[in-house]
Design a protein around this ligand. Structure first.
Ligand code: P1T
Length: 389
C-alpha cells in the first residue's frame, strides 16, 4: 500500500488509478480487494510497537486507508480523507481551516445542507459568512474581505440550479486575499472535473453520490495536495472523529472503481433528456450545462470533460404541476440524493432545499431536479412524457 509499491501508477490514466490506486493485492492471500477490517483496535508488539502504523480505527483503518489513497489519486491530490457523510467532511474542514471571527464566502445557491451547516452551526461558533453568486467572479471579488476571509467555497455545477463557477478565476480571487478555495466536486465527480489542477486548495465530496454510485452508502471526502493542509485535516479528522467506517469505506471504494464508465452513460442519458425536455411544451427553462443556451456552458466546456448527469427544469404551469410530475414518474424514483445507477426525481423547494426556504438561497417552486441514471434512455424519456402529460 505504500506509495513506493504503487510507482507503476505514476502517470497512469484515470480509469487505471480508480481501479488500482490505494491498494495492492494482499501479499499473504493475493486478495484483489481490500478486506473489510472490522476491528476497532490492533495488537501492539510491545508498548507503542505498531504494525503498519495502525493503533485505533478512529485514527486509521486499513479499509479506509485504501479508499483514501484511491480518492487522492483520482482527484490528482496527495492526501485523501474519508468521512461518515459529506456534511461530516465539510464540518471537519471548516473547523480545520477557520476560527471564530473569520469570514467565509458561500455560494448563494449552495446545497441546502451546506448552507444550514454554515448558517446554523458554524455561525453560532462565531464564523461570519456571505452568500455570493460564485458563478460570477466579480461578485466573489466584492464579497471577499481582505484579512478576514479565510475560505471561498464553491460548488460547480451547483445543486440544484446547475450554475457553473470558473474554478481558476475563483482561485485567483481567493489567493489574492490570502484565502483558500474549496470546491465541492460532488455534481461533476472527479472523472469530469479536477479542481486541484485548476487551482483549488481543497476538494470536497459527498461520496454518497457519484463516487459511491449505487445509493447504498452515505459518505464524504476531502482531498488536498498540500502537506501542511493535510496535516491539519488529519489532526481534525481524528480529533473530531466523524470517520467512515470500514464497511462504508469498502462500498465507496468498490463504487469508485467503475466511476468512469458510469459517468459516460450518465452524461449520454442526461444529454438526451435535456434535448427532449427542451422541446416539450409543458416545460419552461431547461437547465443543463451541456446546452449552448446555458450561461455557464463555455466555462463548463473548458473545465469539465463532459456535462454531468443532473438536469433541472421548470414546469410552465407552476408549483402544483411540478409536484405532479414528481409524483407521476414511475421509472424515475421520487426521492432525495443523486448519482446512483437508478434515476431519481425530486422537488428541491420542498425536499433537498427546504432548509433554505425564506432565505436568499430559496429555489423556484416550479423547479424539478432529475438525477439521470443508467436505465435505457428510451424508458426514461417515455416516463417523463407520461409524467408531464
Ligand atoms: O448527504 P451528505 O453525504 O452529507 O452530503 C451533503 C452534500 C454535500 N454537497 C452536495 C453538493 C450535496 O449534494 C450533498 C447532499 N445532497 C443531497 C442529499 C441531495 O439530494 O441534493
Amino acid at each position: 500500500m505504500s506509495s513506493q509499491e504503487q510507482e507503476h501508477l505514476n502517470g497512469a490514466g484515470f480509469e487505471t488509478r480508480a481501479i488500482h490506486a490505494g491498494y495492492d493485492p494482499d501479499p499473504t492471500t493475493g486478495a484483489v480487494n481490500p478486506p473489510i477490517y472490522a476491528t476497532s483496535t490492533y495488537k501492539q508488539d510491545g508498548v507503542g510497537g505498531l504494525r503498519g502504523g495502525y493503533e485505533y480505527s478512529r485514527s486509521a483503518n486499513p479499509t479506509r486507508t485504501a479508499l483514501e489513497g484511491a480518492l487522492a489519486a483520482v482527484e490528482g491530490g496527495t492526501h485523501g480523507f474519508a468521512f461518515a457523510s459529506g456534511l461530516a467532511a465539510e464540518d471537519t474542514l471548516i473547523r480545520s481551516l477557520m476560527k471564530p471571527g473569520d469570514h467565509l464566502v458561500i455560494p448563494d445557491d449552495a446545497y441546502g445542507g451546506t448552507f444550514r451547516l454554515v448558517d446554523k452551526v458554524v455561525a453560532v461558533w462565531g464564523v461570519e459568512h456571505s452568500p455570493a453568486a460564485v458563478h460570477d467572479v466579480a461578485a466573489v471579488a466584492e464579497a471577499v474581505r481582505p484579512g478576514q476571509t479565510r475560505v471561498v467555497w464553491a460548488e460547480t455545477p451547483t445543486n440544484p440550479l446547475l450554475n457553473v463557477a470558473d474554478i481558476a478565476g475563483l482561485a485567483e480571487i481567493a489567493h489574492a486575499v490570502g484565502a483558500l478555495l474549496v470546491v465541492d466536486n460532488t455534481f461533476a465527480s472527479p472523472y469530469l472535473q479536477q479542481p486541484l489542477e485548476l487551482g483549488a486548495d481543497v476538494v470536497v465530496h459527498s461520496t454518497t453520490k457519484y463516487v459511491g454510485g449505487h445509493s447504498d452508502v452515505v459518505g464524504g471526502a476531502l482531498v488536498v495536495k498540500d502537506a501542511e493542509l493535510a496535516e491539519r485535516i488529519a489532526f481534525h479528522q481524528n480529533a473530531m472523529g466523524a470517520v467512515a467506517g470500514p464497511f462504508d469505506a469498502f462500498l465507496t471504494h468498490r463504487g469508485l472503481k467503475t466511476l468512469a464508465v458510469r459517468m459516460e452513460r450518465h452524461c449520454d442519458n442526461a444529454e438526451r433528456i435535456a434535448d427532449f425536455l427542451t422541446s416539450h411544451p409543458a416545460v419552461g427553462e431547461v437547465i443543463y450545462p451541456g446546452l449552448e443556451t446555458h450561461p455557464g456552458h463555455a466555462t463548463a466546456a473548458r473545465q469539465m470533460r463532459r456535462f454531468g448527469g443532473m438536469v433541472s427544469f421548470r414546469v410552465t404551469a407552476g408549483r402544483e404541476a411540478a409536484l405532479r410530475v414528481c409524483e407521476r414518474a414511475r421509472v424515475f424514483t421520487l426521492g432525495e440524493s443523486l448519482g446512483g445507477v437508478e434515476s431519481l426525481v425530486e422537488h428541491p423547494g420542498l425536499m433537498t432545499h427546504a432548509s433554505v426556504a425564506g432565505t436568499d438561497l430559496e429555489v423556484p417552486d416550479d423547479l424539478v431536479r432529475l438525477s439521470v441514471g443508467l436505465e435505457s434512455v428510451e424508458d426514461l424519456i417515455a416516463d417523463l412524457e407520461q409524467a408531464l402529460g
